[in-house]
Design a protein around this ligand. Structure first.
Ligand SMILES: NC(=O)c1ccc[n+]([C@@H]2O[C@H](COP(=O)([O-])OP(=O)(O)OC[C@H]3O[C@@H](n4cnc5c(N)ncnc54)[C@H](OP(=O)(O)O)[C@@H]3O)[C@@H](O)[C@H]2O)c1
Length: 267
């Protein structure tokens, strides 16, 4: 165990699965006390126990980021448990509400709420704790979808790429720059990560597999688009997030950084 986050308290939303789960482990291995927040309790408790079994410190707090009351309760409970908050990784999210123009209105609202409004509610609830701690670091979760246009090939592979997801993640990019501007005077840095294709339960759910090789269509498609071949893994994102919340990136704020195997440079 190293100590790049020694004595820091970090909230990871969506910490019970995929990128959030791996990042929570990475934070804990670097000495952080980790507050895991998501809706599914059994999965959250399992991650909490795995981190503790590994010698780290984590506690799961049930939270729906779309619900302001739920967010405030979870943040207060985390602050009561650990005494302070230094780091926030706004990772909870997801998409696939259906194709424009047929995407149902209620799916548009749901996807905007979980990705964008959830990031706003959570940041708002955590902000006073970061100010009280004398500063801190926030990392928001965007997506290549915010930067690049809609691809019919992706629609073919996934069955659905929603207009709401593209718009929500572009909103997260803009919110990042805005929050970073506000944070300067309180020593709060705000940055954002923009993954390409990362092999997680959320990203591969519902995608088909090759009958022979067993590869997700997902993996094959991005071998074509990426400079670096093969899939991205949650650890690839977690390593970047760790850098962005550690003191090693102390002179870096308002940045949106791709972690996509070079897709953005190639297409
Ligand atoms: N994997 C990729 O290729 C990729 C690429 C670009 C961006 N991203 C982004 O990365 C983030 C993590 O995705 P993932 O791929 O790791 O998928 P995942 O394994 O499905 O994780 C999604 C996480 O978000 C949580 N979540 C969803 N709705 C929530 C809500 N209303 N309140 C609280 N938590 C909620 C889920 O927990 P509960 O369901 O228990 O609440 C889960 O922990 C998402 O924001 C996604 O958009 C992923």
């Amino acid at each position: 165990m190293a100590d790049r986050l020694k004595s820091k308290v970090a909230i990871v939303t969506g910490g019970n699965s995929g990128i959030g789960e791996t990042t929570a482990h990475t934070f804990a291995q670097e000495g952080a006390k980790v507050a895991l927040m998501a809706r599914r309790e059994a999965e959250g408790k399992a991650v909490e126990e795995a981190i503790r079994a590994d010698g780290g410190d984590a506690t799961f707090f049930s939270c729906d980021v779309r619900d302001k009351e739920s967010v405030q309760q979870a943040v207060s409970a985390a602050a009561d448990t650990y005494g302070r908050i230094d780091v926030l990784f706004n990772n909870a999210g997801g998409g696939a509400g259906g194709h424009f123009p047929d995407e149902p209105d209620e799916e548009w609202i749901r996807v905007i709420e979980v990705n964008l409004t959830g990031t706003f509610y959570m940041s708002k609830a955590v902000w006073p704790h970061l100010v009280a701690a004398g500063g801190g670091a926030v990392v928001n979760m965007s997506s290549l979808a915010a930067q690049r246009g809609f691809s019919p090939a992706m629609a073919e592979a996934y069955g659905a790429t929603s207009s709401s997801y593209y718009a929500a993640k572009a909103g997260v990019d803009a919110l990042t720059r805005y929050m970073a501007g506000v944070g300067g005077k309180n020593n709060i840095r705000v940055n954002c990560v923009r993954p390409g294709q990362i092999l997680t339960p959320g990203a591969t759910r519902g995608t088909s597999r090759d009958p022979d090789g067993g590869h997700h269509v997902f993996e094959k498609m991005f071998d074509f688009h990426q400079i670096i071949q093969g899939p991205g893994y949650p650890q690839d994102v977690a390593n970047l997030v760790l850098f962005l919340v550690s003191d090693e990136s102390r002179f870096l704020t308002a940045e949106i950084i791709n972690v996509d195997g070079g897709v953005a440079a190639k297409i």
